[in-house]
Design a protein around this ligand. Structure first.
Ligand code: FAE
Length: 553
């Protein structure tokens, strides 16, 4: 069952208003505004990563460089800075601290604009069509927040910016069932994960359960209640899943007292309010040590042993059209790869193949999976409306893992109109694993995923939805993905693997072949977590960094 525990300890760093000025702290002001009165303060605090004014100088030397600012990177940054180590984080995306012309930092889901996509001139929305109409449109090329990265057989969606995937995700904070954990991370002791690191991660992220009494009556969760009714009538276990959204804020949104975010449909292009993203949790606490510096719009392109020890790291500073305006080299005693499953795997595959890190082993790039993601919609009867107002934060799942290999998230379709549709993102037991490979002809890293492999995920998802359709007398929607297709089988939100724990690294993320190089993100997990992955990525990072701080520093 999902872990709904929450303790106050993880949000201690948010209980005071503070500006960061310590030596080595270039994250000039991670200002925490808003009243702070205990455990739930993490939810109310509105941190803004501002004044990121002093990016790393070429020629600098840092004790630790972290590549990427998602879950793994932020856990590493917090635990290292708390241990007294100065940390510099390089992030290819933007800081997301400046409002656009509409006064908002993030664009609305239904009105994508220049802020929405990473270096595309046309949107690539996960749901490409609605009622027969294509939804994609031209946008100015910009270092936007959501990357829809195309490989031969799959489009991989990823967050870009300080905070990584936490900026764009649905906040569903799900701990895998303990009996399934040995298949998720076979080399990790479940007792230490469930006893120590999952609780530490959920506390640090500010994970809380929705108030069931409020949920039962809230207009914005009618779609989820319809999802529950249909699941239960077909005999499937329906489970609530916790979230990192501030439920008190959402209640006030529903009551009309504050600007709407989840209830305005905000999610995949960022939430202007309410969601406890990493800059408000882990990163805020790391910044509060005075030992953290962040360089946004800095892409790490090379890491190689430095002549006098440590590593030479090459960074390209980008402008907001994606053009490199400066190339910097710095040295770092240690480098943590936290660029996400795809970012870390691509970088390591290239560095091994091109001779920058030739001693990396032959497991680099291998063991990549899509967490079995597949989407579908069902057309409900006219007497079963799902509601005009839909919270963009999902709260529920249908667990058919044991019988059918599928865990289906009851997802919103926040269009602002009644759609009579139920929409689902299923996480399935897909056995296929792909590999990142260097192509010397194109000088690119390619992924060997085959779209036909998604059939295993479709079959698993059908164990739920064929039965529900038969029971309810309903059919699948065919208007959401273009071309009369039922299944969104062209994408994943959950890339995992590529530098797998215990294969490309030792059992704590130390890369084989080099002292002082670590992987600490979703690349460590071999392709599937049985549920949404960020809690597991965070918990594994907590486990590994504790060991590294104790033994390597
Ligand atoms: P990640 O968060 O992706 O961070 C990597 C960071 O590294 C990014 O900020 C990159 O821009 C940056 N980067 C990459 N390459 C470089 C480079 N060369 N130089 C500098 N920076 C670089 O990694 N998961 C859940 O558990 N629940 C959900 O509800 C959920 N919903 C999702 C919805 C969407 C639309 C998407 C896209 C994902 C969702 N996920 C969800 C997945 C989750 O966000 C993802 O597993 C984690 O963010 C992965 O964490 P990592 O630390 O591996």
């Amino acid at each position: 069952m999902p872990d709904t525990s929450f303790s106050a300890s993880g949000s201690r760093g948010l209980t005071r208003r503070r500006f960061v000025t310590g030596t080595g702290s270039l994250l000039g002001g991670l200002a925490l505004a808003g009243p702070a009165t205990g455990a739930s303060a993490a939810g109310r605090a509105e941190a803004t990563a501002s004044a990121l004014a002093a990016p790393i100088a070429s020629g600098a030397h840092v004790p630790v460089l972290v590549v990427g600012t998602g879950y793994g990177g932020c856990v590493a940054a917090l635990r290292l800075t708390v241990a007294g180590v100065d940390v510099h984080m390089a992030e290819m995306g933007m800081a997301w601290d400046t409002p656009g012309p509409d006064g908002k930092i993030f664009a609305n889901t239904t009105r994508p604009d220049y802020r929405s996509f990473w270096l595309r001139t046309r949107t690539r929305q996960p749901l490409s069509n609605f009622l027969g109409f294509p939804l994609d449109k031209d946008v100015p090329r910009h270092t936007g927040i959501l990357d829809a990265e195309d490989f031969a057989g799959i489009t991989v969606y990823q967050g870009r910016g300080v905070g990584g995937g936490s900026l764009v995700n649905g906040g569903m904070a799900v701990t895998p069932r303990r009996d399934l954990f040995p298949a998720v991370l076979p080399t990790v002791d479940p007792a230490e994960m469930y006893g120590t690191y999952y609780p530490r991660a959920t506390a640090g992220l500010g994970v809380t359960p929705v108030d069931p009494a409020w949920w039962e009556a809230a207009d914005c969760y009618q779609y989820a209640r319809v999802g529950r009714r249909h699941a239960e009538r077909s005999g499937f276990p329906f489970v609530f899943v916790p979230n990192v959204y501030d439920w008190d804020y959402m209640k006030r949104e529903a009551a009309g007292g504050v600007p709407r975010s989840a209830l305005e449909g905000e999610v995949i292009y960022g939430n202007n309010h309410g969601k406890k993203t990493l800059p408000k949790t882990y990163l805020a606490r790391a910044a509060a040590t005075g030992r953290l510096a962040v360089s946004p719009l800095h892409e790490v392109t090379a890491v190689t042993p430095a002549p006098r020890g440590g590593y030479t790291v090459t960074l390209e500073r980008l402008d907001t059209t994606g053009v490199t305006v400066e190339t910097k080299t710095v040295t770092a005693d240690r480098v943590f790869f936290a660029a996400g499953s795809v970012g870390t795997s691509k970088l390591l595959t290239r560095l091994k193949a091109t001779g920058a890190l030739p001693a990396l082993n032959d497991q680099i790039g291998k063991g990549w999976g899509d967490n079995g993601n597949v989407m579908c919609g069902r057309a409900n009867h006219m007497w079963d409306p799902t509601g005009k107002l839909q919270s963009a934060m999902p709260t529920a799942g249908i667990d058919n893992w044991d019988a059918g290999g599928a865990f289906a998230e009851v997802a919103p379709l926040p269009t602002g109109i009644e759609t009579y549709a139920s929409f689902y993102l299923s996480i399935t037991k897909n056995p296929h694993r792909a590999e990142f490979r260097w192509n010397p002809a194109t000088r690119n890293v390619e992924l060997t995923w085959d779209r036909a492999w998604k059939q295993a995920s479709i079959d698993a998802a059908r164990t739920i939805f064929d039965r529900i359709n038969a029971k309810e007398g309903t059919i699948y929607r065919t208007d959401l993905f273009g071309g009369n297709r039922i299944w969104g089988d062209h994408l994943t939100y959950h890339p995992l693997g590529g530098a797998v724990l215990g294969r490309a690294t030792d059992n704590h993320g130390r890369l084989h072949g080099y002292d002082g190089l670590y992987v600490i993100d979703g690349a460590l997990i071999p392709g599937n977590t049985t549920v949404n992955p960020f809690v597991t990525i965070t918990a594994l990072a907590e486990r590994n960094i504790e060991h590294i701080v104790a033994n390597d520093l």
